[in-house]
Design a protein around this ligand. Structure first.
Ligand SMILES: Cc1cc2nc3c(=O)[nH]c(=O)nc-3n(C[C@H](O)[C@H](O)[C@H](O)COP(=O)(O)OP(=O)(O)OC[C@H]3O[C@@H](n4cnc5c(N)ncnc54)[C@H](O)[C@@H]3O)c2cc1C
Length: 407
């Protein structure tokens, strides 16, 4: 097990500086344009693929880094550049992690490379779990997967919503109900391969922020996928369902395995929030030291300076929570106080607050699109919503502390 460290090692610093260069030279200058266009920034993704920022190898290397600081470092730098573009670059990772967590080695080897495409033809992937009536309450999911034994195929029907890259993805990972009696224990994940008939994009959403990231409904109408597309395979699913039925009969309560996965993935979202917060703080600091009113820089007023002090303190605290949780995840430490949720909760709320304070410090300029902080503020609002809202994080933390089962 790697010791927890609060400093990046030399190799990590090198990667961080390289990423920062890409964020500063390629992502940030393109941010306003793609925010206005509300389209997937394919040229930027392609550029990222060319230099290796958008590649399976790169993320695998960071994902398995024993210090746990690799993924938070990548997220912070890319989202420092711009949240919408960065999500277009890292959104595929959500689907890839879904396969990594539940798939067989063969499925991992077959599908994850197809999610990224290649250097000259980058592709994206989508993870489709949320539905119009099943957001926080995942157990209310209705999309059904029915096994056609004669053909060894699964038939998927339903409507998914708010899917990042939904409908434009090469590979879709779809969560569906296989046994409605079992609530969230009766769900399974499926790969929908490129070009499968019956999968189509529904409404594409016009959003408040992260507008360069594509968010859409995914409609599944009699989508047939081979048996080999069930993540983990049929035998494992049958065993899992049999265990869940037995527990339901006996009333036994067990730890929710999906919760452990969420605890491990939430620090990455926290790191995205840290990136956005830091970006806004830096703009505000620079502005406060150069903008003069009443014959002196506005930072000379305690009212402004103290805000900056609070902003920086919260950002540093958020990063430490994120790093701790990420280190715990990589090293298999049990999340006895829901430290993953804690990190996401604090970092998300920090990003929302800090970006708002940045607008205040920039005054009228902060409110216009001439400066980036209003975009950062719009972007920051997503962190308290996706991957579990702030209320759900508090619920998870409180139930974990109280020893009450999380459904
Ligand atoms: C831009 C964007 C991208 C997304 N990307 C994806 C994706 O790629 N894949 C995917 O599957 N999903 C995705 N989502 C969906 C996202 O995860 C959900 O929006 C989120 O889980 C919240 O669900 P909901 O919107 O239905 O809100 P609801 O669950 O309807 O919640 C509404 C409000 O009620 C509160 N609330 C609900 N239950 C409780 C409770 N028990 N206690 C206290 N408060 C409660 C919530 O905190 C929230 O404030 C995305 C969403 C957005 C906006």
């Amino acid at each position: 097990m790697a010791e927890f460290t609060m400093e990046l090692n030399d190799e990590q610093k090198e990667v961080r500086d390289w990423l920062h260069g890409f964020a500063a030279d390629v992502i940030r200058p393109a941010a306003a344009e793609w925010d206005e266009r509300e389209e997937t920034p394919w040229p930027v993704i392609q550029e990222a693929a060319k230099i290796g920022v958008y590649s399976l190898d790169f993320y695998a290397q960071q994902y398995f880094d024993p210090t746990g600081l690799g993924i938070p470092m990548v997220m912070e730098e890319l989202f420092w550049g711009d949240a919408g573009i960065a999500l277009s670059i890292v959104g595929t990772g959500l689907a890839a992690v879904g396969v990594l967590a539940n798939g067989t080695e063969e499925q991992i080897g077959t599908w994850i490379p197809q999610m990224y495409g290649d250097v000259n033809d980058a592709k994206v992937a989508a993870f489709c779990s949320s539905e119009p009536d099943a957001g926080s309450d995942v157990a209310s999911m209705r999309t059904r997967a029915v096994y056609d034994e004669a053909k060894d195929e699964w038939v998927l029907n339903g409507t998914k919503t708010w899917a990042t890259n939904g409908g434009i993805a090469n590979v879709h990972v779809v969560v569906a109900v296989v046994d409605p009696e079992l609530g969230s224990k009766g769900h399974a994940s499926f790969i929908v391969p490129p070009g499968t008939p019956g999968l189509s994009q529904g409404q594409k959403f016009k959003k408040h922020g992260i507008r360069a990231s594509h968010t859409a409904e995914v409609v599944l109408e009699n989508v047939r996928v081979p048996g080999s597309c069930l993540l983990g395979g049929k035998e494992k699913l049958d065993e899992r369902l049999a265990r869940a039925r037995e527990r339901a009969r006996s009333g036994e309560r067990v730890k929710n395995a999906a919760m452990a996965t969420f605890e491990a993935s939430r620090p990455a979202v926290g790191a995205m929030a840290v990136g956005t917060a830091r970006a806004a703080y830096e703009v505000a600091l620079e502005y406060a030291t150069t903008r003069e009113q009443f014959g002196r820089p506005i930072v000379d007023n305690q009212g402004v300076a103290f805000q900056l002090a609070d902003m920086r303190t919260s950002i540093d605290a958020a990063r430490l929570l994120v790093w701790r949780a990420s280190w715990m995840a990589v090293n298999g430490k049990p999340f006895t106080a829901a430290e993953g949720s804690m990190s996401k909760l604090f970092a998300s709320e920090t990003a929302k607050k800090v970006t708002g304070q940045a607008i205040q410090i920039l005054g009228g300029n902060g409110y216009t699109r001439e400066y980036p902080v209003e975009r950062m503020h719009r972007d920051a609002a997503i962190y308290t919503i996706f991957e579990g809202t702030s209320e759900i994080q508090r619920l998870v933390i409180a139930r974990t502390l109280a020893g009450v089962p999380i459904r």
